[in-house]
Structures are given as C-alpha cells and as structure tokens.
Design a protein around this ligand. Structure first.
Ligand code: GDP
Ligand code: MG
Length: 445
C-alpha cells in the first residue's frame, strides 16, 4: 500500500538523519523531496505547496524546543505536519446505543457492499452482534451479493430483492432488527451524485435515524475525493469517510489528503478485497508505518545515532594533522551522547569501572555536554568551521538563541581552544608535553 510514497518519505527522513547541518539548503532539498513524493501520489498541488510552506516556515523560524537538537526538531516538524495533513487525530466509532445504525453511502463500484461485510466482521470481532441490511433496490443482484458477503462471515442479511422501495424494507424488518447491537445498511449508488440519489439517501437517512452516515470512496479517485466528500457532506450530511482500495493504487495519498482538507474524518481504510483487509485509520500510525520507522520517538533516536564509522576515521586523521574545528567537537559530542550517560561511558573504559566517581560530578559534566550541544546548534556553519570569529555580539546572539548565559558560550570556546591545542601537540608528536599540560605524568616503562 502506497509503497512508493513510503519509500520517498523514508528517504526524506533519512536525508535529515544523515545531514551534519540543518540549514536552509537542507530544508529546501527536503521541501522538494516532499513535494515530489506527494504530487506523485496525486495530492492536490495547492495543498502540497501549502504544506511545504508551513514546514519551511516552521523549520526556519520556530524556536528550538528545550531538549531537542536542530535535527530532531526538523524531524518532528516534518512528521507532525504530515500527520496533520492527513487529519491529525483518529476518529473512532463509539457504540453509544443499541442498535447502533451505520449507513453506507457512495457511488457505484466504490466498495460499499464489500465494506459492509468488513465492518460487520470488525465489530463482531469486538464482541458485538451485527446484521447487514440491503437497501440497494437499484441493482437486481445487490441482495444476492450482500447475502454472499453475510454468509462468508456468518452474519444475517435482511432484504427483499423484489421490493423497489427501500423504506418498505425498513418497515418490514423493523422489529427483528432491534435484536442486534449493530446494523449496517448498504445503500444504492449511482454513477454520479444525482438529485434522485440525494433524495433517496436523505429519505432513507431520516427514516432510519442513522447514527453514522459514512461515505465510501475508492482511493483510485485520488484528489477528486475532495469534491465527492464535500458534495456528499452537503447533500446527505455524511459524518465520516471510508477509503477503500488503498492497496491497488498510488493515488491513496491524494484521496486521504483531500478528505482531510474538507474536515471529513477518515474512519477506516480498505486495503484489499478480502473481508479482513480493513483497518481503523489513525493518521499518526499511518505515517509511522508508511515511512517504516515506528513512532516519532524511534525516529528521533535515529537522529541521535552516532556519526558513521567513516566520519570517526576522518576525525582521527584530522586530529593527527592538527586540524580541528568546532564541527568536529560537535560530532564528537553527538557520538558521545549516543553511547549513553557519561557514567556508562566511563564504565566501558577498561580499568575505570572500579573507580567510583561521585555521581554529582558526572551529572554536572553531563549537563554541560548537553548545553554545549545547544550552543553549537545556535552557531552558523561558518562559526563552527571557524570559531575564532565568535566574539562580542556573536557570543550574545548565540547565548540568546540557545538559552544559556554568555559565560557558558565563552567556556565552550575555551574548551575548544584547549582541544585544538591538544590536537596540535599530537601533531607534533609530543605526547609528553600534552600530558604535562593536562597535569598528568607519563608512566615510566
Ligand atoms: P459498491 O458498488 O460500492 O457496492 O462496490 P462493491 O462492494 O461491489 O465493490 C466493487 C469492487 O471493488 C469489487 O470488485 C470489490 O472486490 C472491490 N473492492 C472493494 N473494496 C476493495 C479494497 O479495499 N481493495 C480492493 N483491491 N478492491 C476492493
Ligand atoms: Mg453494492
């Protein structure tokens, strides 16, 4: 289902995860990725541009929430906006009374009859007693088809193939139908939303006093779902949508987004011809699964993952050459944060596991590392590459941006200078000198 869209969006998130910098260039690339992916899924151009505009604005202007790096923040923005794009919140059917009446409406061939069976099974599995009612008095074989559907899942089917007036069918079974928890009414469609269909559906809806009027739309209509959902909502007061055939078309993204824009809640999706190919629709879960990365937490974890091995190797070489800038320091800190809390990292060093370091001291160190990451997130690329330019007003700006006092920024700069000095000394090969500087002694061998 929507494999292509999933692949593309996955690529988008991977691009963020891999990036060293979150800058306008990266954001522009992302925006292009997302536009391409959604347009291919038949999402309306205007909707696509509105979405990517929002993502871009937020990514460039929104204040970094505490505890998130720039990268994590960007992932969160893209993820949240995509979820919103598909309607944000799930909408569940709550069985508030018995019998609970669900009326399915929609055009020919969109999957109403098939969906009636799927819904009945869905509720049966949850312990409800369900029945199907055929109100399609248009198609000669409609009753037969529903009968077959009911037989497959062991659900009684009510209807009368000879009756030409749906209201008479309702009257005929009125008493008997009261015995059920859930009644699913299959209605007749037309090729298009015509006046007589509207009249028919409204008449049935009133007589039935339906608790839910659900529009069944095939995903293959793509962005045209917007027009259909709006028209059915206005004419027949539908209060939810079921999108079928999500399995058989690349246009499903378009249909989902189109429904979300009308405010119609997509309650279920059909993902195949079989009766179990049916799912409750939750935008959050849907997006997570589409990009195959679990929930947002897993996604954020990925962003925290260490620098690939190759980068670590590069860093080692740089150190040996005496080249070292704040980007390297930043990457080092990120790699460290991936290994876990400092106390854990220290335990991993041979010989250190026995030494008991005061917990408070470690905590202080840990907090410091976190703050440094925030500070570096507020630096421009130029500043990280060439920290010598960070003076006066730049320090003030960075302090404000990262929410730490200017003294912390200065301390980080001091640390950086020390690390750089060390790197230079390593280049000179004078480990002894370096140890002295650190206040240690070379062991005699
Ligand atoms: P109705 O005219 O609205 O009652 O539509 P039907 O229930 O008769 O379905 C029309 C066709 O769509 C049938 O061939 C179904 O098997 C097929 N169909 C319905 N739902 C799905 C679905 O979720 N996936 C796929 N692949 N086919 C479906
Ligand atoms: Mg039908």
């Amino acid at each position: 289902m929507l494999e292509k869209l999933g692949e593309s969006l996955k690529g988008t998130f991977e691009r963020i995860t891999r990036a060293v910098f979150v800058d306008e260039k990266l954001i522009n690339e992302l925006v292009k990725d997302i536009q391409r992916a959604l347009l291919q899924s038949d999402v309306n151009v205007k909707l696509v541009f509105e979405l990517t505009k929002r993502i871009k604005e937020k990514a460039l202007n929104e204040k970094l929430p505490p505890g998130l790096s720039k990268k994590e923040h960007l992932i969160k923005i893209v993820y949240d906006e995509l979820v919103k794009f598909l309607g944000e919140k799930e909408s569940r059917i709550e069985i508030k009374k018995k019998p609970y009446k669900i009326m399915l409406v929609g055009l020919f061939g969109n999957g109403k009859t098939t969906t009636a069976g799927k819904l009945a099974k869905y509720f049966m599995k949850r312990g409800y007693k369900a029945a199907l009612v055929c109100l399609d008095v248009w198609r000669p074989a409609a009753y037969e088809q529903l009968l077959q559907v009911g037989k497959n899942i062991n659900v009684p089917v009510f209807g009368d193939p000879k009756e030409k007036n749906a209201l008479n069918i309702l009257k005929k079974f009125e008493k008997e139908l009261k015995k059920y928890d859930i009644l699913i009414y299959d209605t007749a469609g037309r090729d298009a939303l015509s006046k007589d269909l509207i009249e028919e559906l409204n008449k049935i809806g009133k007589a039935l006093d339906a608790d839910e009027r659900l529009l069944v739309i095939g995903a293959d209509v793509g962005q045209a779902a917007e027009k259909q959902a709006t028209a059915f909502h206005e004419a027949c007061n539908v209060n939810g949508v079921i999108i079928t055939k999500m399995d058989g078309t690349a246009k499903g993204g378009g249909a989902l987004a189109a429904c979300a824009v009308t405010g119609a809640k997509v309650k279920f999706i059909g993902v195949g011809e079989k009766v179990d190919d049916f799912e409750h629709f939750d935008p959050k879960r849907f997006i997570s699964r589409l990009i195959g990365m679990g929930d947002i937490e897993t996604l954020l974890e990925k962003a925290k993952e260490a620098i690939p091995e190759k980068k670590a190797e590069e860093l080692g070489k740089k150190l040996l050459r005496g080249e070292f800038n704040m980007i390297d320091l930043y990457e080092q800190l990120q790699a460290m944060s991936k290994m876990g809390p400092l106390s854990k990292v220290i335990e991993m060093i041979p010989g250190f596991s026995q030494i008991k370091l005061p917990k408070e001291a470690l905590q202080v160190q840990e907090d410091k590392l976190k703050k440094w990451r925030f500070i570096m997130d507020s630096c421009t690329k130029e500043e990280l590459e060439n920290p010598e330019i960070i003076t006066g007003t730049r320090i003030e700006r960075i302090a404000k941006g990262s929410g730490v006092p200017a003294s912390e920024v200065r301390e980080l700069l001091k640390q950086y200078k020390m690390a750089k000095k060390m790197a230079k000394m390593m280049k000179g090969g004078s480990i002894e000198k370096m140890m002295k500087k650190l206040g240690g002694k070379m062991p005699k061998v």
